[in-house]
Design a protein around this ligand. Structure first.
Ligand SMILES: CC(C)(COP(=O)(O)OP(=O)(O)OC[C@H]1O[C@@H](n2cnc3c(N)ncnc32)[C@H](O)[C@@H]1OP(=O)(O)O)[C@@H](O)C(=O)NCCC(=O)NCCS
Length: 170
């Protein structure tokens, strides 16, 4: 998929609390579109900064920069609190609307897989709305497998939504 513009080189690094405002802005674009998440309330930079701090180095967030500006991120959190699931994390990936379709999501998600594998996680999992074609293709390209579909998994603004469960063994 091409955007019609020539994208510049990218860099990838771990996020710090200084990135909270941009991470929140990109997340809020996705929340507003109602295709990425059951979340409906925009996040503040302060909330994201607190979240990043609480995750510390155990659940790092990866940011992708192009021309020195963050254009996408991928992060994860604990899947369940039981010790048996300690090596499973549940992830998210968001790309700034203006940068989508230029390979940023792929870079972010591949980097997240590498970073979590290095930390000893054995699996990343996520849920994707069945309508979210971009995310479904991205995950397939990054080596995720479709586990199945949760029917009527939750309601978003009064409408039932189905979710595709995806996983990747790291
Ligand atoms: C889903 C999302 C992260 C994908 O990121 P992206 O940077 O646009 O994706 P990439 O450019 O890296 O593309 C990855 C693959 O998906 C494909 N793809 C991207 N957008 C697509 C679309 N709208 N329809 C079909 N395929 C698409 C690309 O062609 C590419 O496949 P290829 O390598 O065969 O060409 C991005 O669209 C986004 O931020 N959406 C809103 C938030 C969201 O839905 N997050 C996921 C929640 S589960």
């Amino acid at each position: 998929m091409t955007s019609g513009v020539c994208p510049g080189p990218i860099t990838i690094r771990l996020a710090s609390s200084a990135d909270a405002e941009t991470i929140a802005a990109i997340y809020n674009e996705g929340i507003a579109e109602r295709i990425a998440t059951f979340e409906t309330e925009p996040r503040t930079a302060a909330e994201i900064a607190t979240l990043l701090a609480s995750k510390q180095d155990r659940y790092p967030t990866v940011v992708v920069e192009r021309d020195g500006r963050i254009v996408g991120w991928a992060g994860a959190s604990a899947y369940r609190s039981r010790p048996a699931y300690a090596g499973v994390a549940e992830h998210s990936v968001y790309v700034a609307r203006a940068a989508r379709g230029t390979g940023v999501g792929r870079e972010a998600l591949d980097a997240l897989c590498r970073v979590y594998a290095e930390r000893g996680f054995w699996k990343l999992v996520s849920r994707i709305f069945t309508e979210n074609k971009a995310s479904l293709v991205l995950h397939e390209r990054c080596g995720f497998r479709v586990v199945g579909v949760y029917r009527r998994h939750g309601q978003l603004e009064g409408r039932w939504r189905d979710c595709v469960i995806v996983e990747k063994l790291l």
